[in-house]
Design a protein around this ligand. Sequence first.
Ligand code: PLP
Length: 400
Amino acid sequence: SSLQSSALARVKPSATLAVTARARELKREGRDVIGLGAGEPDFDTPENIKQAAIDAISRGETKYTDADGMPELKAAISAKFARENGLKYETNQIHVAPGGKPVIYNAFLATLNPGDEVIVPAPYWVSYPDMVLLAGGEPVMVVGAEADGFKLRPEVLEAAITPKTRWIILNSPSNPTGAAYTAAELEALAAVLRKHPHVWVLTDDMYEHLVYDGFEYTTIAQVAPDLYDRTLTVNGVSKAYAMTGWRIGYAGGPKPLIDLMRKVASQTTSNPTSVSQWAAVEALNGTQEFLASRAEAFKARRDLVVKMLNEAEGITCATPEGAFYVYPSCADLIGKTTPSGVVIENDEVFTTELLNDQGVAVVQGSAFGLSPYFRISYATSDAVLAEACTRIQKFCASLK
Ligand code: PLP
């Protein structure tokens, strides 16, 4: 019999990590490779946050804390939700885990029975369907078309809801498209959800602080307070504060759900790292000044990448509202042939050949549930981005 459990057999390894690993391997072989696959800010964690961690170590804050986060951090998160989102979450309505990813997984483990459905709008973050599967549920993919800014239409949501639907996932701004929902768009989805009281909402707000051109960020529990009692508002410090390695994510939600999630954490991870929790306290309570200038830098990079990609033959690239991703289409290149004689049959062949030919690593759209597209992470310097886009232009021009 197989060593692998039947639950794990339903899961595939992360495609974004696979691309990053392949790019690293080519680099080791001496190839000049530009990696635009990874989803993390290139900025360093701000100094005041690092210092708070150093101080915590010096004070001896190096012991177990409550399994779902220490009171000081829960208080900082509660204040953040009130200040930035107009949401009232008491400290006993807050869950802290080693990253946004385990927060989401804990919610699924706590609530999904075999056969329970989770609606996953595509293009989706690669981990959603697999986390649902691992927790025993069934992901139900629905597509947001490029013409709709890759966003879920209310009637598509309506058609996907069944008596078995447990959750709908919202992710705004989105990984992989960068698309963000306006308050009116969220309200239109809320109008559908109002008719189906058995459906819970998991909103992944990880990229909240990365929105551009004056986009006004809102989250669904704020827009539709009547859904508050069945909404889990997920966020974290990884992307906003350049703290991916510290592993702190959090959520606010109804107390009965938060109690179940604590039960999961108490028997699996126990607490997130104590030192990281103190760093997160400083991230949330300390100066927020650098957020605006970093968002400005990301916006300039987005504009550079969108412009240069649209100048590439056969590529069209929409301008998204936020995050640090763009999701260009390579539809017009399907069926063409590379100089080495490979036919571009789909986005996976396109990204493989782009890496082989020009040493630019991007992720194929099939990994995110919508082809023929690919994802570029622009969380790197202007110079590197310009060079990468020049190579993409060269590659596209070489196709016959
Ligand atoms: N949610 C989205 C949409 C993400 O893109 C990511 C990271 O890539 C996460 C959650 C996970 O964040 P963390 O690193 O805090 O687990």
